[in-house]
Design a protein around this ligand. Structure first.
Ligand SMILES: [Zn+2]
Length: 342
């Protein structure tokens, strides 16, 4: 028995890929597998971000994050599927949680027009929109990155971001905006990355084998992304699948971009570090609203010189509805997977 155990342990040890330590899973839910939570801090990855999707999920994510610090990152929010179930003080609770965890990000939040909730049998779009906007503004106010879930709602998402920008300016927006398991088109990506006032430089795009590789378009989209905005994730709900999935995603990215697997690992890690190692500044009123350079250095942003020019000219004139029809439905929400996998 002892020998058998030893063999299993040895086999497990040998199976660790030498590049695993360079991989950062930017979006996963391994805490859902309650019997295997202990395995989470042992994963041999560079880091992972546990995404808490509703209030009952938050305590375990907070506990793991506070124990395992920089390796086990945390995200807290109300997911659009649970928007209609929020309690009365949910926003205050979420803000308190984020304030006592200064390295935590906001997520996942968003809009999902394909999801009918089991409770009501409908798509609770108005609830989703209200909850999304409040959390997106909260992320802006606290200057925390966000992880976005957007399924067949690109037009509404784009419009909501534009509206907040118009009403309250760029300081009201989060410093980094990760489009998680991105299922949109290259055209939609361009609309985001060229948004005016330098906002385009805040968008990142993350991919998981479990969601994105069902669509043949994904590889083309990965080829199209600016190198410094590409992230990888698993969206897995058990720690036992994270190693295989994150390596698979890294290999897919390497192949699509013509990079070595090590290059893909290093590039996506560097991008993840840029997003997750945001400066933990005390949130306060904006001081330098009109000076992009000064704001960028304050909030650790990565504003690219070419943003402004590209941004103003084209994408913002686009017809949202037209974009929406173009949207890839590879998230497969209609097939029912989403009941288990936020
Ligand atoms: Zn998720």
């Amino acid at each position: 028995m002892q020998q058998a155990k030893k063999k299993v342990a040895e086999k497990k040890k040998k199976k660790i890929h030498p590049l695993m330590r360079l991989l950062f899973d930017t979006h996963c839910h391994p805490q859902d597998d309650t019997c295997n939570v202990d395995l989470i801090p042992q994963l041999p990855v560079a880091g992972l971000c546990l995404i808490g999707v509703r209030d009952i999920d938050w305590p375990v994510v907070e506990e793991l994050h506070s124990r395992y610090g920089d390796k086990v990152r945390a995200a807290f929010a109300v997911h659009p599927w649970y928007a209609h179930r929020r309690g009365s003080d949910w926003l205050e609770e979420l803000e308190a949680l984020l304030r006592r965890n200064p390295a935590a990000i906001v997520g996942e939040i968003g809009l999902d027009r394909a999801a009918t909730t089991p409770d009501t049998g409908r798509c609770e779009h108005q609830h989703q929109l209200e909850v999304f906007e409040k959390q997106f503004r909260l992320a802006g106010r606290l200057q925390r990155p966000v992880s976005i879930h957007c399924v067949r709602a690109f037009g509404q998402f784009f419009e909501a971001v534009q509206q907040i920008l118009k009403e309250d300016g760029k300081m009201a927006l989060p410093p980094s905006i990760i489009m998680h398991s991105y299922g949109g088109t290259a055209g939609m990506m361009d609309s985001l990355t060229t948004m005016k006032q330098g906002i385009g430089s805040r968008f990142y795009f993350s991919f998981s084998p479990v969601i994105n590789m069902r669509s043949p378009k994904t590889v083309e989209v990965i080829k199209h992304i600016p190198q410094d905005r590409l992230l990888i994730e698993t969206d897995q709900n058990t720690p036992t699948s994270i190693e295989d999935d994150i390596m698979e995603m890294c290999e897919i990215v390497a192949k699509a971009r013509g990079w070595s697997v090590e290059q893909a690992a290093r590039i996506t890690l560097e991008n993840a570090q840029r997003v997750f190692d945001f400066p933990r500044i005390a949130p306060g009123p904006p001081e330098m609203d009109d000076d992009e350079g000064a704001f960028a250095s304050l909030a650790g942003l990565h504003v690219r010189d070419d943003d402004g020019a590209k941004a103003n000219a084209t994408s913002n004139e686009k017809d949202d509805d037209e974009e929406e029809e173009e949207e890839d439905d590879s998230d497969g929400a209609s097939s029912g997977w989403w009941v288990k996998r936020p």
